[in-house]
Design a protein around this ligand. Structure first.
Ligand code: DAH
Length: 346
């Protein structure tokens, strides 16, 4: 019996050793250790053996069972490892192939200019606020002192969605929104950058979509000199330390008095060139002291409070700064154009 067991062991171990895959290994397991195996048969017949022989066979069978199952485990492990290695070998990636070049994006020139202006006004204590691009006629015109019959509306013809809703033609309605939202009617300073729309025919200097930054300051004892000082800081930050500004009388229904602001030409130092059209000055924005009607429309007592406001076109500032001649370049997303800006981050 003991010899029989020894023979089972050596046969099984040899078969296990020669085995090359998991399926065969399972077959070997059931052949030598399964229900119908010789080993199980011997176990079943143990009861009939004499005491002494039972002991010897018992010891031997334990030894054989342990040896076979250890060998099975061991072999299974190595078969798995071999097949993994084989897979890895076959799946090898050829890292010597050159990769596709990934292009880094850059900030859009309008974003660069907008953020530069935002940073400047934030540093002077202004809030940066947002407003909807779809606006009511009431906020876009009426409350800004531009009744339906007002001729100045023509200059801002927009895209109407209904009789009362339109794509905003300027960021000025944010003035109304912020003053109405200011429940305690407390002084404040804000700018609002955003997209604006007008029914202009597109050409090199006009676009039906463009962007502006609105500025509004309301408080006590606010005067024209505050506006002038603020815009001087702005002009010098955007166009150079030695720039001068000048105010020209103008008209906007929501300001009184109203001005158009020019900056001394940074290209020729005011000597006259093609950028300033020989005048030495370049127009950059519109501004004025907030009209008392506008303050009152929004619940601010105009005998106590004054304010100044301005509106600047972001494309205009960017074009002057970067020498861009065609406003359409900002919107056509040509990588060759866009990659000219923001080089430091490329
Ligand atoms: N909203 C004017 C425009 O789009 C620009 C402007 C002028 C805004 C004077 C102002 C202002 O706040 O005071 O043409």
């Amino acid at each position: 019996m003991v010899e029989k067991l020894e023979k089972i062991k050596s046969e099984a171990l040899k078969a296990i050793n020669d085995c090359l895959n998991e399926v065969d290994l399972n077959n070997i397991k059931s052949k030598y250790m399964g229900k119908k195996s010789e080993f199980t048969e011997i176990m079943a017949g143990m009861a009939k053996l004499l005491q002494e022989e039972k002991k010897n066979v018992g010891i031997k069978s334990n030894e054989v069972r342990t040896a076979i199952s250890e060998a099975l485990d061991e072999r299974l492990k190595s078969i798995k490892a071999e097949s993994l290695n084989k897979k890895l070998e076959q799946d090898k990636i050829d890292i010597s192939l050159p990769s596709k070049k990934v292009r880094m994006g850059t900030r859009h020139p309008l974003t660069i200019v907008r953020e530069e202006i935002e940073d400047l006004f934030i540093s002077m204590g202004y809030d940066v606020v947002d407003g909807p691009e779809i606006e009511t006629d009431n906020y876009a015109f009426e409350m800004l002192n531009l009744p339906k019959s007002h001729p100045a509306r023509d200059a801002q013809d927009s895209f109407y969605i209904t009789e009362e809703m339109l794509l905003r033609p300027h960021t000025s309605p944010v003035q109304i929104r912020s003053m109405l939202a200011n429940e305690e009617k407390k002084p404040f300073k804000l700018i609002c950058p955003g997209k604006t729309y007008r029914r202009d025919d597109d050409d090199a200097t006009h676009s039906h979509q463009f962007s502006q930054i609105e500025g509004l300051v309301v408080g006590e004892n606010i005067s024209l000199s505050d506006l002038k000082g603020t815009l001087e800081v702005f002009a010098r930050k955007m166009f150079g330390r030695s720039r001068e500004i000048r105010f020209r009388s103008s008209f906007f229904p929501f300001t009184e008095p109203s001005y158009e602001v020019d900056v001394s030409c940074f290209n020729c130092d005011s000597k006259g060139c093609n950028i300033c059209k020989g005048t030495g000055w370049i127009e950059i924005l519109g501004c004025g002291m907030v009209h008392p009607n506008v303050l009152e429309n929004c619940g601010f007592d105009h005998t106590k409070y004054q304010g100044f406001a301005f509106g600047v076109g972001i494309e205009r500032v960017a074009s002057l700064k970067y020498g861009v001649n065609n406003i359409r370049d900002y919107f056509t997303n040509d990588y060759r154009f866009l990659s000219n800006f923001d080089r430091k981050e490329m």
